[in-house]
Ligand binder design. Structure first.
Ligand SMILES: NC(=O)c1ccc[n+]([C@@H]2O[C@H](COP(=O)([O-])OP(=O)(O)OC[C@H]3O[C@@H](n4cnc5c(N)ncnc54)[C@H](OP(=O)(O)O)[C@@H]3O)[C@@H](O)[C@H]2O)c1
Length: 321
């Protein structure tokens, strides 16, 4: 049996290589979807305050536990700190709000969602604060350094409410800086990764630092079709003829090929699907592997295409430049 998890630095916790992503899981179906995901074998649930469905995610988890499918300790729950809560006094309340929404006592992995401190928005006014607040036409940044935010993240570990902490959408420069002052190294980095955007140097360097890497948007443009021009116009990876040929060869789906391509780099994946059959097949990627020549062919699809790009949403923020 192939290894199905990555052992995290500091705690040695076993992070499943395949998890379930909660972005765009609509509130109406979310409780049942999360329950179904757990019932079908998912043990990692990747959420975020920004996905605005933590209450329902928590209910799905609770239902699975109450029905005896899993115990809390069998699950690896991930959630993320939104940009408007980076300040010293805002991290803990934001974390507590996520805990409360999900009705949990601890989080397995808490991530800084983006290295982008945005002006605080009182949750009583709007929760969670978005990129732009009502009436704003550009992002209102906050003078809140990441080292202050990270120190607050570390306190969550000290207080035993977050077992692991990590970051998302950070690049090498941001990580290098963080390494100079952190008491606890990030356990993971979560970034956009698929054959169109492989970030090979980033992934290899980060893994060498003992930081696990998780890929988001493994299917490339699939979830950006309605969000930006890039998502609309890029050739879908899920029906790309090369991916299709490889899928036919292994008698697998194109989605399975894309996910397998990632875990063969020891990069965890968190596919989202509302469909039980697709959910199941996305998890079924351990009993077979891609030959190197097929990995090499997929690697040739690299084109530096980033879909979760703040500029593509109309913000004057070339975050990844
Ligand atoms: N840290 C960040 O900034 C960040 C950013 C983006 C995403 N994420 C995380 O990463 C997770 C996954 O990324 P993502 O939401 O961009 O989406 P994704 O998993 O790359 O793609 C989801 C899309 O693919 C479809 N799909 C799923 N399985 C399929 C299959 N086997 N065959 C055909 N189509 C399939 C889904 O439709 P159906 O539902 O109809 O199956 C949905 O339209 C998110 O849910 C979130 O947890 C994090």
């Amino acid at each position: 049996m192939a290894q199905t998890y990555i052992e995290l630095n500091r705690t040695g916790d076993k992070m499943p290589l395949v998890g379930y992503g909660c972005w765009k899981v609509d509130n109406k179906d979310c409780e049942e979807t999360i329950y179904t995901a757990i019932k079908n074998g998912y043990r990692l649930i990747d959420g975020a305050a920004a996905y605005e469905n933590e209450v329902e995610v928590g209910r799905g988890i609770k239902k699975a536990i109450q029905e005896g499918i899993v115990k809390r300790e069998d699950l690896f729950v991930v959630t993320k700190l939104w940009n408007t809560y980076h300040q010293k006094d805002h991290v803990r309340p934001a974390f507590d709000r996520s805990l409360k929404e999900m009705d949990l006592e601890y989080i397995d992995l808490y991530l800084i969602h983006f290295p982008v401190p945005i002006e605080y928005v009182d949750p009583a006014v709007k929760y969670p604060g978005g990129w732009l607040q009502d009436g704003q036409t550009s992002i209102a940044y906050e003078r809140s350094p990441i080292h202050v935010c990270w120190a607050e993240m570390e306190k969550l570990v000290d207080d035993k409410v977050a077992r692991n902490i990590g970051v998302s959408n950070f690049n090498v420069m941001a990580l290098l800086d963080l390494f100079t002052y952190c008491r606890y190294k990030p356990a993971t980095l979560q970034v956009e990764l698929h054959p169109y955007l492989q970030q090979k140097r980033l992934v290899e360097w980060v893994q060498k630092q003992g930081v696990a890497v998780t890929a988001y948007s493994s299917f490339g443009p699939a979830s950006y079709v309605t969000l930006n021009e890039e998502g609309k116009t890029a050739k879908p990876l899920l029906s790309h003829e090369l991916v299709q040929d490889i899928a036919t060869k292994y008698e697998k789906s194109t989605a399975q090929v894309l996910l397998r391509w990632s875990i063969q780099r020891n990069v965890a994946v968190i596919p989202k699907s509302m469909n039980e059959g697709r959910m199941k097949s996305n998890l079924d990627i351990f009993s077979w592997s891609l030959e190197q020549k097929d990995v090499d062919a997929l690697n040739k699809l690299e084109m530096g295409a980033r879909f979760n790009d703040t500029v593509s949403y109309g913000f004057d923020l070339p975050l990844f430049d």
